[in-house]
Design a binder for this molecule. Structure first.
Ligand code: ATP
Length: 202
């Protein structure tokens, strides 16, 4: 599973549709300060399901929509499409039928985000799990923000463990365990409520 193209439309400073081709080997992005290099990395995180506005350097999720400039009005939506080369069939089960896979996320003002994978509507969780199972995702340590190396050096051991878990390819399992624990807690609380009802009836 290899990322081959990122298409941004109305995302932050990329008001017109813009393609970033990710060819084999190293892709370098160079440009003057403020030209949008970090916005590209944020677009990649965002399409993989990032939901924290702070990770997008914004106050709210809608801040990723092009806010307008002196010569251009603001947009009503932002869209990022990630094109994945799956010719080696390495995508997780359920997404592994075709040579190419496209994940699209769109946010519309006052409506929120919608996701598509291979042309079908999917939930944010499906996209997050797809990338977690492929040992990547919005929180992947492979995506290095400015200042992140210093943060990592000062991080607590628990935060560093996440990086090892991702390298071991178990991030998806970790997320599923967390969800299973939440379900278990909900079931336990239901059981204790049933016990109360039985006691009252007895
Ligand atoms: P540096 O080299 O200084 O780190 P950079 O190339 O990484 O800069 P970015 O931080 O990616 O640049 O881009 C910042 C630019 O994006 C700013 O000009 C900012 O005004 C613009 N920008 C951010 N959000 C929006 C938005 N919602 N609408 C329009 N422009 C935006």
């Amino acid at each position: 599973m290899r990322f081959s193209r990122l298409r941004l439309t109305g995302f932050k400073s990329f008001v017109d549709p813009t393609d970033l081709i990710i060819a084999d080997g190293l892709t370098g992005v160079v440009g003057p300060n403020g030209c949008g290099k970090s916005n590209l990395l944020e677009a990649l995180r965002w399409v993989m399901g990032e939901n924290r506005p702070t990770a997008m350097r914004g106050g709210g999720m809608e801040d990723v929509i092009f806010a307008g400039a002196s010569s251009r009005p603001a947009r009503n939506f932002a869209e990022v499409a990630l094109h994945i080369d799956n010719s080696e069939r390495l995508a997780p089960t359920g997404f592994n039928d075709t040579d190419a896979l496209e994940i699209v996320r769109r946010i519309t003002r006052d409506v929120g985000s919608a996701y598509k994978a291979a042309g079908k509507d999917v939930r944010a969780r499906d996209v997050q799990m797809l990338f977690a199972d492929a040992s990547t995702g919005a929180h992947s340590p492979a995506l290095v923000r400015q200042g992140q190396i210093a943060e990592l050096i000062n991080a607590k051991p628990k935060s560093r463990r996440r990086i090892l878990e991702e390298a071991a390819g178990i991030s998806g399992l970790y997320q599923r365990r967390h969800e299973a624990e939440l379900k278990l807690k909900a079931a336990e609380s239901n059981l204790s409520r049933v016990d109360d009802v039985i006691e009252q009836l007895a």
